[in-house]
Write a protein that binds this ligand. Structure first.
Ligand code: COA
Length: 148
């Protein structure tokens, strides 16, 4: 499958918002995603085929030397083909060069996502009680530390 990883821009907003609605019970809408285009601490990237189709996306916020991964999502019909692997690789390589650690929250029941993050070297750093709604669930706090 041929696709490029590109920075998210205005042209991607409808497709990324649709992907959010498809994947999450409390999805980010277009306005929330658009705000990130003007946020200096945010780096959002999109996996896009040459014909324009958005296959997946991922978002990162960086504060000093700390990286917080917001979302990684891939359209159901393009899953299990390494798209999330490539998206996450971008953030891990950036982290290796520039950050002390990357961190994120995930539902423990989301076995695909937990396996993805563990594959990339994230380890459990704690839990946030009843962090998620619809349905209520704890958040697993996963962190990947980078050696200086
Ligand atoms: C989690 C998600 C992003 C994975 O995307 P993907 O493009 O299918 O993942 P990849 O094909 O790159 O797989 C990378 C690794 O993730 C893990 N993985 C992905 N899907 C998996 C599944 N269904 N079951 C178990 N492990 C899985 C595996 O370790 C895999 O490595 P491998 O192929 O060497 O076994 C995708 O399932 C998704 O969009 N889910 C809904 C949104 C979501 O829950 N995002 C995470 C929120 S924190």
């Amino acid at each position: 499958m041929e696709y490029q990883l590109v920075p998210m821009d205005h042209s991607h907003l409808p497709a990324v918002a649709a992907l959010e609605r498809l994947c999450f019970t409390t999805p980010w809408n277009e306005a929330m995603l658009e705000e990130e285009l003007y946020n200096d601490t945010a780096s959002f990237i999109v996996a896009q085929r040459d014909d324009g189709e958005v296959l997946g996306y991922a978002g990162l916020h960086v504060i000093l030397d700390e990286g917080y991964i917001d979302n990684v999502a891939v359209r159901p019909e393009y899953r299990r083909q390494g798209v999330a692997d490539r998206l996450l690789d971008v953030f891990c390589r950036f982290g290796q060069a520039r950050l002390a650690f990357l961190t994120l929250e995930v539902r423990p029941s989301n076995t695909a996502a937990v396996a993805l993050y563990e594959k990339h070297g994230f380890r459990e750093a704690g839990r946030r009680k009843n962090y998620y709604e619809n349905p209520t669930e704890d958040a697993l706090l996963l962190t990947k530390e980078f050696k200086p």
